[in-house]
Design a protein around this ligand. Sequence first.
Ligand code: NMX
Ligand code: MLT
Length: 460
Amino acid sequence: LIGLKERLAELIPEKQEEVKWVKKELGAKVLGEVTVDQAYGGMRGIKGMIWEGSVLDADEGIQFHGYTIPDCQKKLPAADGGEEPLPEGLFWLLVTGEIPTKEQVKLVSTEWAARSALPSFVEELIDRCPNTLHPMSQFALAVTALQHESTFAKAYAAGTNKSKYWDSTYEDSMDLIAKLPNIAGRIYRNVFKDGKVPTIDMDKDYSYNLSKLLGYSDNKDFVELIRLYLTIHSDHEGGNVSAHTGIVSLEAATFYVCDSDSLFPTIPQTHLVGSALSDPYLSFAAGLNGLAGPLHGLANQEVLRWIIHMKDELGSTEVSDEQIKEYIWKTLKGGQVVPGYGHAVLRKTDPRYTAQREFALKHLPTDPMFKLVSQLYNIVPGVLNEHGKTKNPWPNVDAHSGVLLQYYGLVEQDYYTVLFGVSRSLGVLAQLIWDRALGMPLERPKSYSTAHIKKMFANK
Ligand code: NMX
Ligand code: MLT
């Protein structure tokens, strides 16, 4: 039975050759141009990054090495008696591009359980946080502190040859992922419960253990939900804020500002926090801080808040379409966004939303909050279209996750983004391992000032 690290070691030379070939044969090809609008517009649509694990299609949604979410639900191993994919399998797929066997997935579960213990100073650090410090801030703080354990940082300081960086990056990534349930569980228990944290069960899978630490493992449907949740939130190609901040690889794309290719061609060959050879702990902590923003991962907290506020304001979960429309317009006229709707890349309903909706139809079809979420699905896109600004009026992943968690009793909205963060570690750390294996360079794109842009085109 071949393990994940052995398989990775076999794949690295092949991939290095493939990338060498692509750079030699296709390195001078142009991926696109860059306009001044894009430079001011959050770099939307600029093609300039390599991300091996997943690619996002505006209409079809995310594909992990070519596998859609329904493919993953069909092909990735499930737990005994379960149906949803185990996130251990998704991690294997992200790292190797291959669907693992049930036995290989079990190896990952066992390894993560074995690596899960936290150093006592990290436990104390979490325990000393005031309950009023947002769970995401506690999460990023604890991950930064774990840097004390970094194998990569020690190997670098010892003068390790760069051809071996992937090995210590792999070790750190496995340790970090393994320790996240203990961090996440401790934060939840401290902030919302009595501070007593149960122990990891060495024979169980990652999602069961996370559910146990949170206090919900007695409900097998909740554990299944966490398996699905951790699988679908894991990766969304490289340009989203958490992936881009923490761990990014931008490669050999040629950029031109407004067709003025003779004037300003630049060749960014870049990475961000991870590209500075900051170790996986520092890189992932940076990504978590990005995930904690309300236009990104914090939207799952904002969605449930917004729905509960609507329910309270309208006095019931039985509300008419007209009342909902008025509430949406009030939000928009107040200069706020409708949380859970819109996307920078997607132009259709997010398949991650659909997967969660299918889970709800199966497990909680009559839940009043789920009915409200469904009612919103029928109404929000029409209102956003009438409003006329949003490029994509359809729901994203965050429009649905909170309602599932609250159904099983996990009602503390401020905590929801922590679960997103646990899942996102799988995608961004799989990429970081490959960044080191492929020797991706420091990320450093070019910027201009407004005065410079005006000067640049003064005589055009
Ligand atoms: N409600 C109201 N206005 C919106 C919404 C929305 N849901 N989505 C976009 N707009 C506005 C946007 O603010 C912008 O307005 P302005 O010109 O005044 O700045 C305009 O429509 C054009 O924006 P887009 O090009 O459609 O969207 P963009 O790519 O800039 O932003 C999001 C993408 C996801 C940030 C945006 O759709 C949004 O703010 N959605 C609500 C927050 C949310 O659900 N975020 C979670 C995304 C998924 N995730 O987990 O990260
Ligand atoms: C994500 O999962 O990262 C979000 O959908 C945001 C994005 O892809 O831009």
